[in-house]
Design a protein around this ligand. Sequence first.
Ligand code: GLN
Length: 385
Amino acid sequence: LSDRVDLFTDSVIRRMTRISDAYGAINLSQGFPDFDPPKEILDALANITYTGPHQYTITYGSYNLRSALARKHGKAINRTIDPDKEVLVTCGGTEAMMCAMMTICNPGDNVIIFSPFYENYMADIILSGANPIYVPLNPPDFSFDKQVLEDAFKQNVKAIVVCNPSNPTGKVFTKEEMEFIGSLALKHDAFVITDEVYEHIIYEPYQHVHMAGLQDMYDNTITCSSLSKTYSITGWRLGYLIGPEKVMENAKKVHDFLTICAPTPLQEAACIGVNFDDSYYKKLQKMYTEKRDYFCKRLDDIGLKHTTPQGTYFVMMDISEFLSMDIFKGWTDLQFCEWMIKKIGVAAVPGSSFFREPVNNLIRLHFARSRDILDEVLNRLEKLV
Ligand code: GLN
């Protein structure tokens, strides 16, 4: 068996979903909505069921979807994007990230990730033969030390991954931070691989900054994103890469041998969403803002300490006080999460699975749930105190 695979565990996020399901808990661990995608997208899929297409698209994605993505992203970064040369449709943001990593890394290269980080990055880096280098995001505001980042870049770095808005912290990187990261990447001839799957789940006054749209950054940026969160279709497994032609040429080869193509009928139906006008994204933002405000306020009322995200639908709850109680003495955050599933009926992700540092006092909960379910969760969490 491959020694590389022994360097990481299975995804704890997905493991918590399995444990949650086994005990019939309310699952606030793996982040996905419990509400339907927009009706227009579902109607399109229903029609396609009978009219097709049902066979492979060309490997890098249906032309309709690629041109819709090129238009949408081009507008966001004020640049004309060529749907044939600069866009690649993948099976979810998950494949997009893996594909980006395999496209640029040689054995022994280093890739910087911020810690805490979305757990896929470490596995993706290792599977592509590279090594992760960690730069901490420091609580409470999850900012990074510029000097530490600068020093990290001096170590034969091929790329840095920037998850923005950031999972699990909910941090939205400022323009100034993005420019600083970008300038270091240019200086060291490295790529910035972005993960922007939460680009439309962002709370005022915070604003999303696309690395690819910053001055001189397009040629060094590989943008990874997904339709999962924006259109509430996490199970459709549609993501994409956008980047300079030279990089995308090789990314297309990697993708072809990984999966050939994403599911054709789903790509065609999803085009409807990608062509929505701005009012859709405003509505989505308003819905998630209401959920965030409600969830965070109720946690405050109960007296549970937590982060308030600037983007994404995640909060990190501080469980230090519980772990200092006699019944939980010496417990890990994973043990606490398992106990919470069994005794409280709510599933969360142990924070330690996101951190390089030995952090044991945070658990991640998401609030992409209907108000009824959130109420039930909060009533159950109330029993904790
Ligand atoms: N990004 C979501 C999370 O962090 C879903 C991850 C996944 O399972 N693809 O929970």
